[in-house]
Design a protein around this ligand. Sequence first.
Ligand SMILES: Cc1ncc(COP(=O)(O)O)c(C=O)c1O
Length: 292
Amino acid sequence: MTGPSFDDRDGKIWHDGKMVEWRDSKVHLLSHALHYGSAVFEGVRMYGGNIFKLTEHSERLIESARIIGFEIPYTVEQINQACIDACAINNITDGYLRPLAWRGSEMMGVAAQKNTIHLAVAAWEWPSYFSPEARDKGISLTMSKWRRPAPDTAPVHAKAAGLYMIATLSKHDAESAGFVDSLMLDYRGYLAEATGANVFMEMGDGKLHTPIPDCFLDGITRRTVIELAKKRGIEVVERVIMPEELANATQIFLTGTAAEVTPVGQIDDKTYAVGDITKTLRADYESLVGRT
Ligand SMILES: Cc1ncc(COP(=O)(O)O)c(C=O)c1O
């Protein structure tokens, strides 16, 4: 993505209850979050002035923090309002929001029981995660060498900053090899998800198959698309999917707040057509969110 650096933009950021000049929204170097990954965040979208599934995102932010052991000192309603205000003050009607909660600087060590919990919400215009051309013909994926960790190895159901260490490694490997993103297996070798999106596939039986989210994020978009599929009478099968099964898939797509419904055109050497179910659900999703 091009554009000015994210720390050098005009506008304001909602930071600990105040609207702060964009360039002055800072944390101290000795913030626990920076050293020990003690931060949780959300990715939220606004379409035509409406923030899609805002309450679900604010609830998940609070739940992510709880999972990694801290309580955000704001209610769901206050976080919702911060998101609305961050969009309003920056005149955003179609954009992306990034709420972030993190442990501050009072203690600097592994333990951080007394650290203040901070919250910020930034909002900016950001129409598409993958390029429109890539989204039309399907993006390319490669299998990652990194695996999603087991639920007793990491807090897998939190949208926690630390979990993205392997996502960034995977995505960088993919990009270096000429792919757009990577697909990750879990600790058992089952198909899991992409670096920032869930995965669905059709196997020639008219049903949608998707991995059980028992060690990765059960995305809000994933749940939305399951509902949309059901409304269309498409059966959704949540099950263990082995990577070998990708050879038999006829269409594959990713779902996520940023990715929306993005067709997959290639996984390593195998190519996939952008099929009817993918096109239908993508259109249904776009109409649900009110994308114009
Ligand atoms: C690792 C990961 N999986 C899945 C998703 C999809 O989640 P959602 O649909 O709630 O955005 C995201 C994006 O937030 C993600 O980062």
